[in-house]
Design a protein around this ligand. Structure first.
Ligand SMILES: Nc1ncnc2c1ncn2[C@@H]1O[C@H](COP(=O)(O)OP(=O)(O)OP(=O)(O)O)[C@@H](O)[C@H]1O
Ligand SMILES: [Mg+2]
Length: 438
């Protein structure tokens, strides 16, 4: 017995001649296929819709609507369009076989039937139909797969771009940091040399002056030439001012020393693990670096820094990165304050308030950086942490500062950064950093 493909297949036979139906049914009874019959075209269409057969054997010459018309109806209905149709014709019929194929039929069988041939043809078309269906399903599956992969790849590309940017930025920061640290280090040598010698100079000068004063005390009538020279060089002024000059040099050198210490602190090259860090030291060295932008200039009046520091414990963090966050927030605040006077009349009281508190119950320190600039509208506020979002002129802002800051605070330190601001009300940034993390 021939093994038929698709043993569970359903076949609809459509013929208005009961005899023909019987012959056909007998012929394929052993095949294992389920057989449905219809006696006219109209009921065949109806049956095909609800029974969804796998194949239709359709007589061409029928009373009522003929096979071709029935075929056209089946093909115009989306629910039955795909079902393969094999036409049945009598040898004596003079019909246009090409027409049948062109309207969607797949084959012909001829009456009287040659059983083996009919079975073979049905089998071939069932197989074709099933394979076509499988192919379509695979195509849909493949398309879905491609769409999913494309989505994944797009996301991966986005992530890659983001981490590339962060790499570039942190690479820049660390190169800059190394440069600053080495410059600061180089400055410290001559500063140390000057500081050391200045203390000798103070001592020697005071000894020299004392000595001169002794001369004056015991030789009250100096030689005329000495007296003239003393007047010419303003000896009294020299003796009074020299120690003052030296002490102002001491103040100056002290300031240079402070600056270089701040630079070194700011650019602390990051260790691969977190270290205990004094947050106030970080803020102070950041402010020192930004000092030149706080002074009054053509664009704005001076910016006052109001510090309200609490009593903070050391915080386990990457100092270089945390300083970078302070730098971004304070630089933005200065930008915002500059805008106040560009947009409005001069002489505002511009200030930035920096407060720090410790929240023991939540095991974190909280740093608030508030400016009294113009603030921002709700729409801007929504987007400020997005990469490349900037309201600044081309070349002035890249729109990276806050997105990098958020990455540093939230991803690298499991902290929180958020902003409270509304138009005309200034802006407050809040940074929370856990005190103890690994
Ligand atoms: N203190 C602030 N007051 C008002 N607007 C602010 C303030 N801080 C940030 N913004 C807004 O958030 C935007 C994004 O800030 P962000 O630091 O990410 O980028 P940027 O300063 O524009 O560029 P850069 O990459 O140079 O930092 C700013 O363009 C500005 O519109
Ligand atoms: Mg910025």
């Amino acid at each position: 017995m021939t093994k038929y493909f698709f043993e569970k297949a359903t076949i609809l036979i459509v013929d208005d001649n009961q005899n023909n139906l019987k012959v056909l049914c007998d012929a394929i009874a052993d095949s294992g296929w389920e057989i449905l019959v219809a006696l006219d075209g109209e009921s065949a269409v109806e049956q095909a819709v609800y029974a969804q057969p796998n194949l239709i054997l359709l007589d061409v010459m029928m009373s009522g609507i003929d096979g071709f018309e029935t075929c056209e109806k089946l093909k115009s209905n989306s629910e039955t369009r795909e079902i393969p149709i094999i036409f049945m014709t009598a040898l004596s019929d003079t019909i246009d076989k090409v027409k049948g194929l062109s309207i969607g039929g797949v084959d012909y069988v001829t009456k009287p039937f040659h059983t083996e041939e009919v079975l073979a043809r049905i089998n071939v078309h069932l197989k074709l139909y099933s394979l076509t269906k499988q192919l379509e399903e695979q195509k849909i599956e493949l398309e879905q797969h491609v769409a999913e992969r494309t989505k994944e790849l797009t996301q991966a590309l986005k992530d890659l771009k983001q981490s590339q940017l962060q790499l570039v930025q942190s690479e820049k920061m660390s190169t800059l940091g190394q440069l600053v640290a080495s410059v600061a280090h180089e400055i410290n040598n001559p500063v140390g040399f000057i500081t050391g010698n200045l203390s000798h100079l103070t001592e020697y000068t005071s000894k020299l002056i004392n000595h001169l004063q002794m001369y004056r005390k015991f030789y009250t009538e100096p030689h005329e030439e000495i007296d003239q020279n003393a007047q010419k060089i303003y000896l009294d002024d020299l003796m009074r001012e020299t120690p003052e000059i030296i002490s102002s040099m001491e103040v100056g050198i002290d300031r240079i020393f402070n600056i270089s210490t701040s630079l070194k602190n700011f650019s602390r090259s990051d260790t691969s693990s977190k270290i205990e860090f004094d947050i106030h030291e970080g803020i102070n060295s950041t402010l020192m670096i930004l000092k030149h932008r706080l002074k009054a200039n053509k664009k704005h009046s001076p910016i006052e820094i109001i510090k309200k520091y609490g009593n903070l414990p050391l915080v386990s963090c990457y100092p270089g990165q945390i300083n970078q966050v302070f730098m971004n927030i304070i630089a933005n605040a200065i930008d915002a304050l500059e805008d106040v006077e560009t947009n409005q009349k001069k002489h505002h009281n511009l200030n930035i308030t920096i407060s720090t508190t410790v929240e023991r119950d939540r095991n974190c320190v909280k740093i608030l950086i508030q400016d009294n600039g113009l603030g921002m509208d709700a729409e801007t506020k929504e987007k400020i942490f997005e990469q490349f979002f900037t309201t600044k002129l081309v070349g002035k802002g890249t729109g990276l500062g806050l997105s990098i800051s958020r990455h540093i605070v939230e991803e690298k330190h499991q902290g929180k950064i958020y902003c409270i601001s509304s138009l005309g009300e200034g802006t407050k940034f809040v940074v929370e950093i856990p005190i103890n993390t690994l």
